[in-house]
Design a protein around this ligand. Structure first.
Ligand code: COA
Length: 254
């Protein structure tokens, strides 16, 4: 089982658990995440959702082999179902980033409400180095959070950054020792047991309403480019280089 779910004391926990592949997401895992998020949103006893990974790894992002063999075809693909469920979730979502958070591992944090990062975590959005483009409104939200200059480092160069940088940039709330990040995130999630649930949901909706349409439009625009790019020669070179454990060579492209 690569996504473990449990609901304890009002908190639905979604645990990414595929450590042998650094928690890389397959289509089946996205589907499990989507189903669990929708179930949590519909279950009245759930007051908050907690997303976490394994010690030392949150997720290495999309499974690159899956990208090559089963690229997401349309807006019904499991990855879109997952991200739609996350973007639309009106209950608080708390992320405990237990280690590296790459690609969608960082993108998903932009749509969470609270993000706690372990002091070992490294975040990165290396879409361009994979021949791809930003996804799920990261082309909009990263610049809004940290300004264009820092967003260019993260999105165009794909520079990795630390948990402390993530806090400084406004992506994360706090950096904690690795052994404490999950418990801290859980304690924050459990605070929603003592708050009025519909006031929380309405407030979250209002906080997101201002640019909801722009976020949706950006996701759609990114999708129209991301899909074809998955089959582009640049992306294929990057994917093959990853599995051949070599640096990609983009010198022949223009
Ligand atoms: N897709 C598919 N397989 C992946 C993966 C991914 N995103 N990330 C890691 N793996 C696999 C590796 O191929 C390796 O498999 P193997 O043992 O069969 O060779 C295994 O997981 C362990 O990964 P490895 O790279 O040896 O671990 P590491 O500790 O040296 O590095 C990462 C960890 C996360 C930094 C590194 O795996 C990485 O950069 N992964 C790719 C990240 C990425 O580009 N994601 C896509 C974003 S869109």
């Amino acid at each position: 089982m690569t996504i473990k779910t449990a609901t304890i004391n009002g908190v639905a926990t979604l645990e990414i658990a595929r450590p042998e592949k650094k928690n890389a997401f397959t289509s089946a895992m996205y589907q499990a995440m989507a189903d669990a998020l929708l179930a949590a949103a519909a279950e009245p006893s759930v007051r908050a959702v907690l997303i976490t990974g394994q010690p030392g790894i949150f997720t290495s992002g999309n499974d690159i082999e899956d990208f090559m063999s089963r690229p997401p075809q349309d807006a019904d693909a499991p990855v879109f179902q997952f991200m739609r469920a996350l973007v639309d979730c009106d209950k608080p979502v708390i992320a405990a980033v237990t280690g590296a958070a790459i690609g969608i591992g960082t993108t998903m944090l932009l749509h969470c409400d609270f993000v706690y990062v372990s002091d070992e975590a490294r975040l990165a959005m290396p879409f361009v180095s994979l021949g791809l483009v930003p996804e799920f409104a990261s082309s909009l939200l990263v610049g809004q959070l940290m300004g264009h200059a820092k967003a260019s480092e993260k999105l165009l160069l794909g520079d990795p950054f630390t948990g402390a940088d993530a806090v400084e940039c406004g992506i994360a709330n706090a950096v904690l020792p690795a052994a404490e990040v999950l418990n801290h995130a859980r304690r924050v999630a459990e605070r929603f047991n003592t708050l009025p649930p519909s006031a929380v949901r309405e407030s979250k909706r209002l906080m997101r309403a201002g640019q909801r349409e722009l976020v949706q439009k950006t996701i759609q625009a990114e999708l129209e480019i991301f899909g074809p790019r998955l089959r582009s020669p640049e992306a294929i070179e990057a994917f093959q280089a990853f599995f051949q454990k070599r640096a990609p060579d983009f010198s022949k492209f223009n």
